[in-house]
Design a protein around this ligand. Structure first.
Ligand code: MG
Length: 307
């Protein structure tokens, strides 16, 4: 069972009282009320602390974390999540989500969500499914080959041109990631016979920020929120995150190989001095437009390359 504690304003506490009126089950000592929703118990204390407990408290707590449109929060809400996943999570079927390409100046942003059922956890660990950062490209492709036919997964490759367009419209790397993860998750969840009990996302921003990015999108997407947990170093918590990382990296590597062949020019990975050198050469050979076409143009590398 997971717990989230929020500190709310007096007004919010009153609003919550009205909101949960029909679901109040009792009034424990020092509390204003305790209510029960379909998957969460909400206890609101006179001290303005509100505790959400249940299988998925995040979704319920989220309702109360953002100020209404046009209103500034009195004081920022404090979120404390504890025990968000069962201690044996590593052995339970789960969806894992991860992305690659964020730190690479050249090449796409790739996100992947992968479902690993209980019976494949052990075999995957045995063949060495770990975070893709632990492996060189050929090994990643070899591992990806071994697992991709065995598990449901959704990979989205966002080419640089599209990425740069989104940045120009005011999005940042994290809001783009949130958008892509939600999209991949939606597709994956739809393809599964049952809604997954656990979804582990390798945390790149906290849950509150993630959902607020999704809510800010001009075209309101359907938000996949139930059973979603944000975990730092998610790949060490569940092999599904590692599998997602490997599959995403494989797509990235293959994409870069293809671009390299098409241009007859190798675009190096990362964002170091080699990348700057290659960038200058690319501009010399093909012009600035090609740099924009294949890079994350808002990186500091662009300035160094074009100066
Ligand atoms: Mg990650």
């Amino acid at each position: 069972m997971a717990t989230i504690t929020l500190t709310v304003s007096k007004e919010t506490l009153e609003k919550m009282h009205a909101h949960y009126e029909g679901q109040i089950i009792k009034v424990p000592p020092y509390s204003r009320f305790q209510a029960k929703t379909s998957h969460c118990v909400v206890t609101a204390y006179n001290s303005l602390k509100v505790v959400f407990q249940g299988s998925d408290p995040e979704a319920e707590a989220y309702l109360w974390q953002l100020p209404p449109v046009g209103e500034e929060p009195q004081s920022p809400p404090i979120i404390k999540a504890t025990g968000t996943l069962p201690s044996n999570i590593a052995r339970l079927s789960a969806v894992g989500c991860d992305e690659v390409g964020t730190g690479d100046y050249f090449g796409p942003l790739v996100v992947c969500c992968a479902y690993v059922p209980e019976h494949l956890i052990e075999p995957f660990l045995k063949i060495g499914i770990r975070d893709s950062k632990d492996y060189k490209d050929p090994k990643i492709c070899e591992l990806a080959e071994k697992i991709k036919g065995k598990i449901p997964h959704q990979t989205i490759v966002l080419p640089n041109a599209k990425y740069n367009e989104m940045v120009a419209k005011g999005m940042n790397a994290n809001s783009i990631k949130a958008y892509l993860h939600n999209l991949a998750l939606k597709k994956l969840v739809q393809s599964l016979p049952e809604y997954p009990e656990y979804i582990v996302m390798d945390e790149f921003v906290n849950g509150r920020k993630y959902f607020s990015y999704l809510k800010e999108l001009p075209k309101k997407p359907e938000i996949i929120q139930k059973n979603l947990h944000f975990i730092q170093k998610g790949e060490s918590v569940h092999v599904a995150v590692a599998a997602a990382s490997i599959l995403a990296r494989e797509s990235f590597v293959k994409y870069m190989d293809l671009v390299g062949k098409q241009l007859d020019f190798t675009l190096p990975k990362g964002a170091g001095p080699i990348v700057d050198r290659a960038g200058r050469e690319l501009v010399k050979k093909f012009g600035k437009a090609k740099l924009e076409e294949y890079s994350k143009f808002h990186f500091a590398n662009t300035g160094k390359i074009l100066k």
